[in-house]
Design a protein around this ligand. Structure first.
Ligand code: ZN
Length: 383
């Protein structure tokens, strides 16, 4: 699992700091509990952090902290990225130091989805029947002070703040024979103590939450559920899959653009949809040549995304045209057959580069966004 912490800095003022752009890359080892961090421009500047188990990494608190979610080890650890900003009103100074592990961690039954929105970082405990809420600002100062948000039933879900509400996925009370998971029914508003504050919005098997503009979106069996904060609480709208999409597939993973109000989601294993929550057509379908391994949106170019397919090709996606604009082979094939948690590449963005982990080669590959050509590689031990 890879996560790039990207910090751009551009200002002119009386001290002579000049412009600083620094990308520090954090990479999780798939086999042993370890995170390697290095500076992209100077990979010999590197650090390693032991973790309890296998990690999925999330940059949070504006890149000041990297959260290492360890679902199988019932643990969430945090690493300060070593990059922070100091606001002087008319400008911000960047401060660059060594990354450092935060001593305090979270423990609980199977932490999984992490949602960051409105300055809150929320972890769902899939086997705990609760979530924990952290303040991003406090986390940036190394303080881990979780507030518990109870749920009626433990499930693989998420909790997210939206306006004055807390939205939580809701699972069924029914026990399914031979299935450890419980059916997910939809999304509902609660107060901070977990008491219902609205009706359930139906969204069967809800999964894959993302934010863009005013909207939260999540995939369901019957379509994509969108929500925005209204004067009288959350306003839900389910956008059914249109008849002209291939039948039988669904959306279960979404990415939200930060520059324009649009989502990029999967549609089945070998398709993508560009989703506009407001204007029709809500769905525009992109067929991929092979199944998707990972995808990412480009924060520097909001109408651009990238998807790696199992043949080892990286594709640049034009969200405005809903089409593949360019493709290039960047790794050996990584089949999507086998277990979902087998080691496979992950994408992270660093300015005009796509950073691709290649676990079988023990490398991080630096790919240019413009040409999709490899600019270089960084060796990282392990998987
Ligand atoms: Zn999930």
């Amino acid at each position: 699992a890879g996560g790039a912490v990207a910090q751009d800095h551009d200002h002119d003022h009386d001290h002579d700091h000049g412009d600083v752009t620094l990308y520090r890359v954090f990479v999780g080892d798939h086999e042993k509990g370890q995170v390697t961090a290095f500076d992209l421009s100077e990979p010999d500047h590197r650090w390693t952090f032991p973790t309890t188990g296998q990690v999925k990494l999330f940059p949070v608190a504006g890149g000041a902290v990297v959260a290492a979610v360890q679902s199988d080890a019932d643990t969430v650890q945090f690493i300060r990225s070593g990059i922070s900003f100091h606001d002087h009103g008319d400008h911000r100074d960047i401060e660059v130091g060594d990354p450092a592990a935060i001593d305090a961690s979270l423990t609980g039954p199977r932490p999984f989805h992490l949602v960051e929105h409105d300055g809150k970082v929320v972890l769902n405990y899939d086997q705990g029947g609760y979530a924990e809420i952290l303040e991003g600002g406090a986390l940036a100062e190394g303080k881990v002070e979780p507030v518990k948000f109870p749920q009626a039933r433990a499930h693989h879900g998420f909790v997210a703040p939206l306006g004055d509400s807390w939205l939580s996925t809701v699972a069924s009370d029914e026990k399914v024979e031979g299935d450890a998971s419980v059916p997910r029914l939809g999304l509902q508003a609660f107060d901070a103590e977990g008491k219902p504050a609205g009706d359930l919005a139906s969204c069967t098997a809800i999964h894959g939450e993302a934010f863009s503009g005013a909207y939260l979106a999540a995939g369901c069996k019957e379509g994509v559920l969108t929500v925005k904060a209204g004067a009288n609480g959350p306003e839900y709208r389910l956008l059914p899959y249109p008849a002209d999409l291939p039948q039988g597939a669904t959306t279960g993973t979404l990415l939200g653009s930060t520059g324009i109000q649009v989502f990029l989601g999967n549609y089945g294993p070998d398709g993508l949809v560009v989703l506009d929550p407001v204007d029709e057509p809500h769905y525009r379908y992109i067929k991929l040549p092979f199944r998707r391994v990972d995808f990412a949106l480009d924060p520097a170019k909001p109408s651009t995304g990238y998807v790696l397919t199992e043949d080892g090709s990286l594709h640049r996606i034009d969200l405005l045209k809903a089409e593949i604009a360019a493709s290039a082979k960047v790794t050996e094939p990584y089949s999507m057959d086998g277990h979902w948690n087998d080691p496979r590449p992950r994408l992270a963005m660093a300015g005009d580069e796509i950073v691709v982990t290649d676990p079988n080669a023990g490398l991080v590959r630096r790919i240019a966004t413009e040409s999709l050509e490899e600019l270089g590689t960084v060796e990282v031990e392990g998987k």
